[in-house]
Design a protein around this ligand. Structure first.
Ligand code: UT7
Length: 335
């Protein structure tokens, strides 16, 4: 990205996360549907996922924001804007951002929800970075949060084993040092993917009715095989493309931070990028697919474990419902 188009670089100066305490392990699903730990582990890499018993996506996001404010020693009144990437908003309106603003005392912030399924955090990070790069805003929080248990049909073995609940957040601030922070992104949408991955009812197309409930149209539908094929190609292609565009060799990359939908998709992407297993952030075994939260959860956990360090070059990549997909290149800025 040409530096003269940005007044500032958007750097990450704080992080926060929250996952609910309740754990659903693979054994739990053996009692619900015709499945087993061996199938789930070998086909997906998932061992456990988290389940929010009481509350909504705004509660997950609010806890992540509170963790961020506390650990970065930030006054909530200093936050200018909050963007929440989610496909499981508490309600059709008001937006989840407003509910989180109220729960966390961000009394000077505006904000909005961003709906891009598994690519939501990438899209929101690009959007939040643009607000900072223009010089108009000084502190922007970007959250990925999803309560996937709200839209999962726990009688459908094709989907129920895959998803979990969680949230994570980053704080963006301006810096004049362009060698750190958000460097570049390549993002895509393709609505022809709607048929393979969607929640059909509850919006303006099929408002809630007895019929939509009887037909289970408020649950997520996924044609797993169809999505798998395009996800492998889409995520790998865009990851290689962002490397080439930014002259990144495989040895330059500290970590690929991929969306955690399936370990096989992650491994295929890493292979195409020519990077080793040690250069990939993985927590799918603990949390499953938390949709917009997977990438920031990886960032926060690997940073807090001391694995992601200042100056590390990171490629973030995702593929999901829409279809939506893309990759971002960032240089980690926190000590
Ligand atoms: O994050 C948003 C984007 N989503 C993705 O990236 C997900 C992409 N898709 C996937 O990750 C994989 O397609 C799945 C994990 C969803 C499924 O794995 P698969 O290897 O593609 O399995 P499949 O759908 O081809 O099913 C293989 C067999 C089928 O049985 P038959 O028809 O061969 O007899 C399924 O009915 O496995 C069966 N199956 C199961 N068996 C045990 C499907 N789900 C289960 C299950 N337990 N939970």
């Amino acid at each position: 990205m040409e530096e003269n188009k940005r007044l500032y670089s958007a750097v990450i100066t704080g992080v926060g996360m929250y996952v609910p305490e309740k754990v659903l392990d693979n054994k739990y699903f053996e009692g619900l549907v015709e499945t087993n730990d061996e199938w789930i582990t070998t086909r997906t890499g998932i061992k456990e996922r988290r389940f929010l018993e009481n509350g909504a996506t705004s509660d997950l996001a609010a806890e992540a924001v509170k963790d961020l404010l506390k650990t970065s020693n930030t006054d909530p009144l200093e936050i200018d804007a909050i963007i929440i990437a989610t496909i499981t908003p508490d309600m059709i309106f008001p937006n989840t951002a407003a509910l989180v603003q109220h729960k966390t005392g961000l009394n000077n912030a505006w904000g909005f929800d961003l709906s891009a399924a598994c690519s939501g955090f990438l899209f929101a990070l690009q959007t939040g970075s643009s607000l900072i790069e223009s010089g108009r805003y000084k502190k922007v929080i970007v959250v990925g949060a999803d309560k996937m248990s709200a839209i999962v049909d726990y009688t459908d073995r094709n989907t129920c084993i895959l998803f979990g609940d969680g949230a994570a957040a980053v704080l963006l601030e301006p810096s004049k040092d362009f060698s750190f922070g958000f460097q570049d992104s390549i993002l895509h949408i393709d609505g022809s993917g709607m048929e393979a991955l969607h929640v059909k009812a509850g919006g303006s197309l099929y408002p809630a009715s007895h019929e939509t409930v009887d037909k289970k149209m408020h649950y997520m539908f996924q044609d797993g095989k169809a999505v798998f094929k395009v996800a492998v190609k889409g995520m790998a292609d865009v990851s290689v493309e962002i490397m080439k565009k930014n002259n990144l060799k495989s040895e330059d990359i500290a970590f690929l931070v991929p969306h955690q939908a399936n370990l096989r998709i992650i491994e295929a992407t890493a292979q195409r990028m020519g990077i080793s297993k040690d250069q990939v952030t993985i927590n799918i075994h603990k949390y499953g697919n938390t949709t917009a939260a997977t990438i920031p959860l990886c960032l926060v956990e690997y940073y807090r474990k001391g694995k992601i360090k200042k100056g590390d070059k990171l490629v973030l990549a995702a593929f999901g419902g829409g279809y939506t997909w893309g990759a971002a290149y960032i240089v980690w800025s926190m000590d």
